[in-house]
Structures are given as structure tokens and as C-alpha cells.
Design a protein around this ligand. Structure first.
Ligand SMILES: Nc1ncnc2c1ncn2[C@@H]1O[C@H](COP(=O)(O)OP(=O)(O)OP(=O)(O)O)[C@@H](O)[C@H]1O
Ligand SMILES: O=P(O)(O)O[C@H]1[C@H](O)[C@@H](O)[C@H](OP(=O)(O)O)[C@@H](OP(=O)(O)O)[C@H]1O
Ligand SMILES: [Mg+2]
Ligand SMILES: [Mg+2]
Length: 352
């Protein structure tokens, strides 16, 4: 067990973060740095252009980087420091970087939530006959066309709402075509930090009336991007259609996703269809690794608590160094169930 930390003590643990500059400026706010420091955790930027071995020592690493060079660095680091938790496993993160695999986990959940019917179009040639493709996948208009790759680029968020057959659409492959579900224009974004889940509401696309699908004077498809990135104005709270899903349900979905994905830091987008025929039905449409946590209320405490949970059971690196010892000589053991090493996650033995 780690000794108690007092606010006056200097930080005992060092958490290294490897994030793109935009993510650093959005998430590593002074309020987070101050709260973490107050609780004994120093946050230090990793310079990904330099060898990790020349930096640190780190007690915990968190990361969201897309390049292969970083992956090789992490693997080497994990081999040298098997006791230092790396959050999260690159292989587990990879599943979220491809919309063809991102939502596979949902079908294994034991909660009533699903994914709208969808089909992956890997290249334009594979879609030579769009009608046949849609019929085979039993997809019905309207659809949303989403780029397959999630790579941090603006293009990976370039979506199209497709009302009817659109000749040029499939030339944009590789993409996912997903059925659009009417959901009252409100989306539930659930931020997951370890075992905490926080649901916020965002505005979303309005419902599509049936007549729009047959309106030949209007465009067959329209582009949009980043539609749900900002908080919903708080004035409509009373509207029943906007009511948050039950907290217990949100927690259960979050727990199932965390276990199924083997990840600790992500958010997911959930929408609710309300119909007389089916009642309320929930759909998960997107899962994002290491999202914009600063948009989540209380994120500073949530992240700091999470870091401390991952660190508990480890001793700070600087306390382990005996005279003449190198930085990399001591493998530290994590308390069972509290921290998860990179290789345990890679091999799928550990679950969040
Ligand atoms: N199947 C769907 N039915 C209805 N609306 C949808 C559907 N899929 C996506 N949307 C709407 O389109 C928006 C963008 O889709 P999605 O979340 O997949 O894209 P994204 O660019 O990955 O988003 P983020 O910024 O959260 O990463 C959603 O926030 C939601 O408003
Ligand atoms: O930067 P890329 O890799 O494109 O990923 C984005 C996610 O797709 C978005 O979901 C994040 O915003 P939200 O936290 O509002 O979901 C968004 O967070 P940001 O507000 O920090 O940019 C990003 O994490
Ligand atoms: Mg989204
Ligand atoms: Mg996304």
C-alpha cells in the first residue's frame, strides 16, 4: 500500500503523458496539474521525439499517439519496466481506430443496447453495385457515411447524411455506412475514467422526416462534421425526450465496454430511439479513445483518483533506487486487480 500523502508533501509519483499538442492544451489544464500535484502526482510531458529510456523515471504512462515509432518505444519501455503500468494497451486502442472494429464489443454486452445496422465498404470497386450492397446488408435510408480510419485527422470526422442513393458516395471509400436512427436530436456522451462513468448531453442531428427521403429536389446527401462536440445549453432539462438514461444503466454499459475493450480511458456516444412500436431503444454509435476530458465536469478529480488507483501498490521509482542501481533494474509488482501492465493487457489476461 502506498503511504498516505499530505497536501504539503512534494509530489511522490510521476505520471508521464504522451499526447498530441492539441490534446495537451485541452486536457492538461492548470487545474488538473494543480490538483494532481496537491495529491502527490506530478504530470510530466513525454517528448516522443526522444528515446523514452532517456526520460523519466515514470511511475505510470498514459498515451494517445498514432505513429508506429511510438508503439516500438512503448514496447521497449514495457519490457524494461514490467512493473510500470502503461495505460492503455496499444493493441486494445487499435480496435477503436478503425470503425470496422470499433463497435464489435457492443454485441457482447449483457445490457439492452446495440449498434445500428451497418456495412463496411473497403473500396469503391467492392461497391460496384451499391444497390446490391445495401440490399445484402439490409440497410435502409437514411444512412450516415463515416470514414473508416480514426486517426486524429479532421477528415476522420467528415461525415455525410445520406437520404437516398447518391452516385458519388461510395467513391469516398473506405467507409462505414450506418443506418441513421431518429433520436430527438440529443446524444448522450459517456466519459469513462477507470470505473467511473459520467454521462453528459450533447446536441445532435435532428430527426429525418420520412418525406425527406423522397424529395428529389433536395441533395441526396449532405456533409457534416463535429456536430456533437459542444455541451447542450442547459435550458431544456425538463423535456422528457432529453432526460438522461438511468445512472445504473449507464454504469452497466460503461462497465461492460471497459471489460470488453480492456481499456480504462475512453468515451462513447449513445442515442435513444423512442417509438410506440419498440419503446425506448439505445444504440452506441461511436467510441473514442482518450477523449476531451476537460469537457467532463469534475475531470481533474476523476483523472487524479484514477492515476492514484493505478499507482497504488507500486512504490515511487525514486524510492526504489538503491546506490549504484540503474533506473531499469527493478521490476515492481502491482497489487492484484489494481494496476495492469502493458503485457498483461496485450495478452488479454487482464480485464479492466
Ligand atoms: N447511426 C446514427 N444515427 C443517428 N445519428 C448519428 C448516427 N451516427 C452518428 N450520428 C450523429 O453524427 C455525429 C457524428 O458521428 P460519430 O460520433 O460517429 O462521429 P465522430 O466524428 O467519431 O464523433 P466524435 O467527435 O465523438 O469522435 C454523432 O455525434 C451523432 O450526432
Ligand atoms: O482528436 P481525435 O483523435 O480526432 O479524437 C477526438 C474524439 O473523436 C472526440 O470524441 C473528442 O471530443 P469529445 O470529448 O467531445 O468526444 C475530441 O476531444 P478534444 O475535444 O480534446 O479534441 C478528440 O478526442
Ligand atoms: Mg462521436
Ligand atoms: Mg469518434
Amino acid at each position: 500500500m502506498a503511504p498516505e500523502l499530505s497536501p504539503s508533501s512534494s509530489p511522490r509519483y510521476t505520471v508521464g503523458y504522451a499526447l498530441l499538442p492539441e490534446k495537451v492544451s485541452s486536457v492538461v489544464q492548470p487545474s488538473l496539474v494543480a490538483l494532481a500535484a496537491d495529491r502527490g502526482v506530478r504530470l510530466v510531458a513525454v517528448d516522443v521525439s526522444r528515446p523514452l529510456a532517456d526520460q523519466g523515471p515514470f511511475d505510470l504512462l498514459v498515451h494517445k499517439m498514432y505513429d508506429r515509432g511510438w508503439r516500438a518505444q512503448l514496447e521497449e519501455f514495457a519490457a524494461r519496466h514490467p512493473g510500470v503500468p502503461v495505460v492503455d494497451s496499444p493493441a486494445a486502442i487499435d480496435r477503436l481506430l478503425d470503425r470496422a472494429t470499433m463497435l464489435d464489443v457492443v454485441s457482447g454486452l449483457r445490457v439492452p443496447v446495440s449498434v445500428p445496422p451497418q456495412v463496411v465498404v473497403s473500396d469503391a470497386a467492392a461497391a460496384a453495385d451499391p444497390d446490391e450492397l445495401l440490399a445484402r446488408a439490409a440497410l435502409r435510408f437514411p444512412l450516415i457515411a463515416k470514414p473508416l480510419a480514426v486517426d486524429g485527422s479532421a477528415e476522420s470526422h467528415d461525415m455525410r447524411l445520406v437520404y437516398r442513393r447518391d452516385g458519388g458516395l461510395l467513391l469516398r471509400a473506405p467507409l462505414v455506412l450506418q443506418e441513421f436512427v431518429n433520436h430527438g436530436g440529443v446524444l448522450f456522451k459517456v466519459y469513462v475514467v477507470g470505473d467511473r462513468a459520467t454521462c453528459v448531453r450533447r446536441s445532435s442531428l435532428p430527426d429525418v422526416p420520412a418525406h425527406r427521403l423522397h424529395d428529389l429536389d433536395s441533395e441526396p446527401s449532405v456533409p457534416f462534421a463535429n456536430i456533437s462536440n459542444q455541451p447542450l445549453p442547459p435550458d431544456d432539462d425538463a423535456a422528457d425526450d432529453m432526460a438522461m438514461p438511468a445512472a445504473g444503466f449507464v454504469d452497466e454499459v460503461a462497465r461492460g465496454l471497459r471489460r470488453g475493450l480492456g481499456l480504462h480511458l475512453f468515451n462513447f456516444d449513445m442515442i435513444r430511439e423512442r417509438s410506440e412500436e419498440h419503446g425506448d431503444r439505445y444504440f452506441i454509435i461511436d467510441i473514442n479513445y482518450f477523449p476531451g476530458y476537460a469537457k467532463m465536469p469534475g475531470y481533474e478529480a476523476a483523472l487524479t483518483d484514477f492515476f492514484l488507483e493505478m499507482l497504488r501498490g507500486t512504490r515511487p521509482v525514486h524510492e526504489q533506487l538503491g546506490p549504484g542501481s540503474g533506473l531499469d533494474m527493478e521490476a515492481r509488482k502491482l497489487e492484484p486487480g489494481l494496476g495492469i501492465g502493458l503485457r498483461e493487457l496485450e495478452s488479454g489476461r487482464a480485464q479492466a
